[in-house]
Design a protein around this ligand. Structure first.
Ligand code: TYC
Length: 107
């Protein structure tokens, strides 16, 4: 009887384990930075207006930035984060305040 091919040759089986990679879209933190000139009430107003948070949450975040220099305001998709940063920067500029807002990829 003929031997099966797999019994006679020197082929080595290669088993490739495919990692089940679940791809999530990256998220971006929107950061608010402290400065010495922007009035506290303006920052609170910005937070309420563009981030849809309550007055007391806005005061809390503003005070965190004031004391620590920076705070995360929210975490969003790239496009939403970019829009929030642009809205804050534009509104601050139009009101002649040096308020700075940036975004950073969440690792
Ligand atoms: N440090 C500012 C002041 O004393 C207030 C302030 C808070 C400014 C948060 C910017 O992102 C900011 N008037």
């Amino acid at each position: 009887m003929m031997a099966d091919k797999s019994d006679t040759d020197d082929e080595t089986a290669v088993i490739t384990k495919t990692k089940p990679k679940t791809q999530r879209p990256p998220l971006y933190k929107v950061l608010l930075l402290n400065d010495d000139y922007t009035p506290m009430e303006f920052v609170v107003h910005v937070l309420e207006r563009f981030f849809g948070i309550t007055h007391s949450q806005a005061v809390e975040i503003m005070l965190t930035v004031h004391k620590k220099g920076v705070a995360v305001v929210g975490v969003f998709s790239y496009e939403i984060a970019e829009t929030k940063v642009a809205q804050v920067m534009d509104f601050a500029r139009r009101n002649q305040h040096p308020l700075q807002c940036t975004m950073e990829k969440e690792e």
